[in-house]
Design a protein around this ligand. Structure first.
Ligand code: ZN
Length: 150
C-alpha cells in the first residue's frame, strides 16, 4: 500500500468505527430506506431540505464496513449542500467507482469521498458503497418504497 491508499483505508475504517450523523432526525422532510441484497446492508436516511438546501441529514442502519463508512462520508459531504450539488456528487462518486482506477475522477469535488476509491478493486463492494446514495436519490425524489442497489 502506498501512503495515499493507507490514508484512504484509515479514513474508511475511522468512519466505520465512528459514523457521523448516525441518528434519526426528529422531523425530516424526506426519508428513504435502502437495501443491498447482495451484502445485506440496510440504511434509513433522513433529510431536512429547506429552500433547496440539505440543512440536516442523519442515517441509521446496519451493514458492512464499506456501507457504513460510505453513508457516514456521504452525510458529511452533502450536509449544507444544494440538492443539485448533492446530485453532482453522486454522479462524480459513481464515475469514480465504476470507471476503474485509471480513469480521472473529480477529486476536488469528491474530497473525503475519494477515500472509497479503493472499492473499484472489489466490484461486489461497489453496491455497498453506493447504497446510501441510492437512498439519497429516492429521498430527494420522494420515491416510495425501499431503494435497492439492484
Ligand atoms: Zn456491504
Amino acid at each position: 500500500m502506498d501512503d495515499i491508499q493507507e490514508l484512504y483505508h484509515d479514513t474508511v475504517m475511522e468512519h466505520n468505527r465512528k459514523p457521523r450523523n448516525f441518528r434519526r432526525l426528529q422531523k425530516p422532510s424526506a426519508t428513504a430506506d435502502g437495501f443491498n441484497p447482495l451484502c445485506g446492508d440496510q440504511i434509513t436516511l433522513d433529510l431536512t431540505v429547506h429552500d433547496n438546501v440539505i440543512t440536516e441529514v442523519g442515517f441509521v442502519g446496519a451493514g458492512c464496513a464499506i456501507s457504513s463508512a460510505s453513508a457516514s462520508l456521504m452525510t458529511e459531504a452533502i450536509n449544507g449542500k444544494r440538492i443539485e450539488e448533492a446530485q453532482q456528487l453522486f454522479e462524480a462518486f459513481r464515475v469514480m467507482l465504476t470507471r476503474g482506477v485509471d480513469i480521472d475522477y473529480d477529486i476536488d469535488l469528491l474530497g473525503d469521498l475519494a477515500a472509497l476509491s479503493g472499492v473499484t478493486e472489489f466490484p461486489v463492494r461497489i453496491k455497498c458503497a453506493t447504497l446510501c446514495w441510492h437512498a439519497l436519490h429516492s429521498a430527494l425524489n420522494n420515491t416510495a418504497g425501499t431503494a435497492t442497489t439492484e
